[in-house]
Design a protein around this ligand. Structure first.
Ligand code: TYD
Length: 212
């Protein structure tokens, strides 16, 4: 059986977190055993690392930023993802290595090739079977983030980055999708939440041969 490890990716404000929650609820409603998790932060070191990375109180250099995301990942893999996969659970993860490639490599312009070994090291041997790239143009995603901020939702240090950074991140996801068409599927994030969710479910059903 293919590992039921699915990651959700996309620029900030693309609607990914809503989509992953709905996908979790859908799988659970059919009696499936599902772990929904996220990066950075969902582990015993996570709150501290997440605060350093995203609160805006600290400004790590890109190299330190990368290593902090990878430290968070290694802890997350060890504590949550690997045990769940071993038990045969579905693991739906909000962001994973493709975020590091898009944000730190494409966004911060670090050299991806020389760092591949480090990325593999932090993954601890697990690769997603399927990655859903929830794709929205940056102007649209930034508008959504802005309107959430006006509604009182907290923003992160990443949200505050200038437009060219977010454009490089989206281009990064686009490139990754071209490079790994067998694993990464683009989901158009335009449209009603339910319409986008139908797209998500179709990709999951096709990938895992589900007859639901
Ligand atoms: P979060 O508030 O969780 O955003 P979202 O709901 O959009 O996932 O913030 C996570 C931020 O961390 C987001 O801007 C993407 C960034 N990030 C990286 O830069 N590199 C990484 O490896 C990961 C996992 C996330």
């Amino acid at each position: 059986m293919k590992p039921r490890f699915i990651t959700f990716e996309g620029v900030d404000g693309c609607g990914k977190s809503t989509q992953i929650r709905l996908a979790r609820d859908w799988l659970k409603s059919m009696g499936e055993d599902v772990l929904m998790t996220f990066e950075p932060g969902d582990n015993s070191l996570g709150a501290g690392i997440r605060n350093i990375l995203l609160s805006g109180e600290h400004t790590p250099v890109p190299e330190a930023e990368l290593l902090l995301f990878l430290a968070d990942r290694a802890q997350h893999m060890h504590e949550l993802v690997l045990p769940a996969l071993k038990k045969g659970q579905w693991v739906l993860c909000d962001r994973f290595t493709d975020s590091t490639l898009a944000y730190q490599m494409a966004g911060r312009q670090l050299d991806a090739e020389s760092l591949q070994g480090l990325l593999d090291f932090a993954e601890m041997g697990a690769r997603p079977t399927l990655t859903l790239w929830i794709d929205l143009p940056v102007c649209e995603s930034l508008a959504r983030t802005r309107s959430r901020a006006q509604g009182g939702e907290e923003t992160t240090r990443m949200d505050e980055e200038a437009l060219p950074f977010h454009e490089r991140v989206r281009d990064g996801f686009k490139r990754l999708c071209r490079q790994s068409p067998e694993r990464i599927f683009r989901v158009d994030a335009f449209g009603d939440v339910d319409v986008v969710q139908q797209r998500v479910r179709t990709v999951i059903k096709d990938c895992f041969g589900l007859n639901l």
